[in-house]
Unconditional design. Structure first.
Length: 625
């Protein structure tokens, strides 16, 4: 599939099927072929792009089977967009053995013209023993291998119960399929075991082929959508809109309410101003079921629309943070998510500021990156000066006193920021000044942090105005650009010379360009990171080991990239696995000869999987030099 926008593991993407493209994230309503009461116009008016139905139910009902074989599944359920079919695995989990085997049911799905065909995987239950789950993972893979995957889109479910190593193994094996549902999770969803789900989704996602859509089987409740999408789920299916309607439950993104206990439908509802809850209670059962299903489906799609906007805006993480307070099970899931280091998949900066709430914010990827860098920074053993919050306030320039102390010593200077201390040179680098603090101190954390710093470098003291001398031995602005460079490119050597010219904005005083002679080396962006010119790229190319910060291209790509055109995924031969999405990279041949500089659209861990779309947005090609 193709990726257009991303935040963390979440993406807005496109997946193509014989009956049209699916823009993700999205949800496939479950259509019961026996009970198909919403028209395709009604479905599409709500935002439905694709649906899922069950080939096993069709096959075992003679009239449906005949009709499907004669006219195809699209005519049978009267939907002309993409249709995914499931295989009967779930029925076999609920009712025991079913009467068809894997090859038969896959062939049947092909015969009725399904767009996404599911093998008969083995459902792994949360209570399965390790041995049971392991053999189910292996048998599911065997079943994928026994079907012809070359003439259709085949879904190969990832199984493995709650065992992390089995989910990892299954994710790797099933990546041979073109579409990757995460299976065996319905019992966990039904019992609110969201923290187990977090682990399952993460293990499945980061060990599978990133270019394939990830589907969460049965994950149809909007409460957990944002979490799932942030962790990499692209597609959901949902039967819940009908299930709740049958129980007279009205769905909202935050939960459900009983039809008998609400005063009115919300304004976004397709029922608003057309029906009152009382009218609906009095209506016949069929009408009520249809109308409530329509409302419930709309609630689900509202949440998907919001999530897509959040990815685009880069505020999905914040949204998940908000959602985590809606239910203790979600809060537990949130804390579980924070226990994983998903940093490699996060962009170098976000369009949105960082919201600083409480101690859990310290586990945010951006703060982890800062703290890791700080650890290496103070490890040089030089005397380290801590500048308390009262002496340095975020958003204000460093005072003259501190500047003088800095420039007349070679000490490490750390500034207090949200009760941790970080290198002063990073004062404008995301998220340090792009942050909204709560202002509530976490003093316990501060002391713990200072103790930790002392354990790395005992030469630590707080700033006082007597520090420093008269002789200037360094320039703060120059040190700052080199330190940003060290942080951004994970390098220990300096890129910039003291003789390089730094041009600042007259209005704000912020660094704009860094020049050597009349050539621009780099520009400093609003997020405080550097954008390299091709000249800067050439300097960097001479400094970093191969393949650090490099994307290696083959075919005709190099020639185009040299002229300033973007790098397409299909030409990427290899890359540095530690590339951070959004960070500048050098585009080279396999010996390291430079073609261009640009920024990576995805991380180095994801890049080699994609085949469609842009891998590096090129700023400048070598021909410009
Ligand atoms: N529907 C809900 N869970 C599953 C699963 O694990 N596999 C399949 N094929 N369908 C499902």
């Amino acid at each position: 599939m193709q990726m257009f926008f991303k935040e963390g593991l979440a993406r807005i993407g496109k997946f193509s099927t014989p009956h049209g493209d699916i823009e993700t994230p999205t949800i496939m309503p479950v259509i019961n072929p026996n009970l198909n009461f919403l028209t395709k116009e009604e479905l599409k008016s709500i935002g439905v792009q694709a649906v899922i139905t069950n080939s096993y139910i069709i096959k075992r009902t003679a009239s449906l089977e005949q009709e499907a074989l004669k006219s195809g599944v699209h005519r049978l359920i009267n939907f002309d967009g993409p249709i995914m079919t499931d295989s009967g695995t779930f029925q076999s989990y609920v009712y025991g053995d079913i009467e068809y085997d894997n090859r038969e049911i896959v062939q049947f799905q092909k015969d009725i013209g399904s767009d996404i065909i599911t093998i008969l995987d083995i459902f792994t239950k949360p209570q399965d023993s390790y041995e049971q789950a392991k053999s189910a993972v292996q048998e599911t893979y065997r079943r994928l291998k026994e079907v012809n995957t070359s003439d259709a889109i085949i879904a190969g479910p990832i199984q493995g119960s709650v065992y992390p190593d089995l989910r990892i193994e299954s994710a790797k094996l099933m990546s041979e399929a073109s579409y990757l549902p995460i299976g065996g999770v319905v019992p966990l969803l039904e019992s609110y075991r969201y923290s187990d789900l977090v682990n399952i989704i993460i293990n499945s996602k980061i060990n599978s082929d990133f270019s394939k859509p990830i589907h969460l089987f049965g994950g149809g409740h909007p409460m957990f959508f944002a979490f799932s999408v942030l962790l990499g789920v692209d597609i959901f299916d949902s039967a819940s809109y009908i299930k709740y309607a049958k129980d007279n439950r009205v769905l909202y993104t935050e939960g459900t309410r009983n039809l008998k206990e609400i005063r009115d439908f919300p304004e976004w509802s397709p029922l608003f101003s057309k029906y009152s809850p009382v009218e609906l209670i009095k209506a016949d059962e069929k009408t009520r079921l249809k109308l409530l299903s329509l409302h419930n489906l709309k609630a689900i799609f509202n949440e998907i629309t919001e999530i897509k906007e959040r990815i685009y805006e880069n505020t999905l993480y914040q949204y998940v943070e908000e959602k985590s307070m809606a239910h203790p099970a979600l809060y537990k899931a949130y804390m579980e998510m924070l226990s994983h280091n998903l940093g490699p998949f996060w962009n170098i900066s976000l369009k949105s500021p960082l919201y600083f709430f409480n101690s859990s914010t310290y586990k945010n990827t951006f703060i982890r990156r800062l703290v890791k860098f700080t650890e290496a920074y103070v490890r040089n053993g030089k005397r380290t000066i801590l500048i308390g919050y009262r002496q340095w306030r975020h958003g204000f320039p460093v005072s003259e006193d501190i500047l003088r102390a800095y420039e007349t010593t070679d000490y490490n200077f750390l500034i207090e920021w949200n009760d941790i201390f970080i290198p002063m040179e990073l004062e404008n680098t995301y998220p340090v000044s792009q942050m909204v603090p709560s202002g509530i101190p976490h003093h316990n954390y501060r002391d713990e942090y200072v103790d930790w710093l002392k354990s790395i470098n005992p030469e630590i003291s707080f700033y006082d105005t007597s520090l420093g001398g008269d002789e200037k031995i360094r320039n703060y602005t120059h040190s700052k650009i080199n330190e940003v460079y060290h942080f951004q490119f994970n390098s220990h050597n300096d890129l910039f010379l003291d003789s390089d010219k730094i041009i600042k904005s007259k209005a704000t005083g912020h660094i704009r360009n860094i020049k050597r002679g009349d050539r621009i080396i780099a520009t400093m962006r609003n997020d405080g990171f550097l954008t390299l010119s091709i000249y800067g790229g050439k300097l960097l190319n001479g400094m970093l080991d191969f393949p650090k910060s490099r994307v290696i291209v083959g075919g005709d790509s190099g020639e185009f990239n040299s002229q300033g055109f973007n790098v397409f995924f299909k030409f990427v031969e290899d890359c540095d696995r530690d590339i951070i999405a959004g960070n500048d990279v050098m585009v080279t041949d396999n010996s390291g000869n430079l073609y261009a500089v640009g920024h990576a659209t995805v991380s180095g861990k994801e890049m080699r999987f994609y085949r469609k779309g842009i891998a590096v947005k090129v700023h400048e090609g070598i021909k410009k030099l």
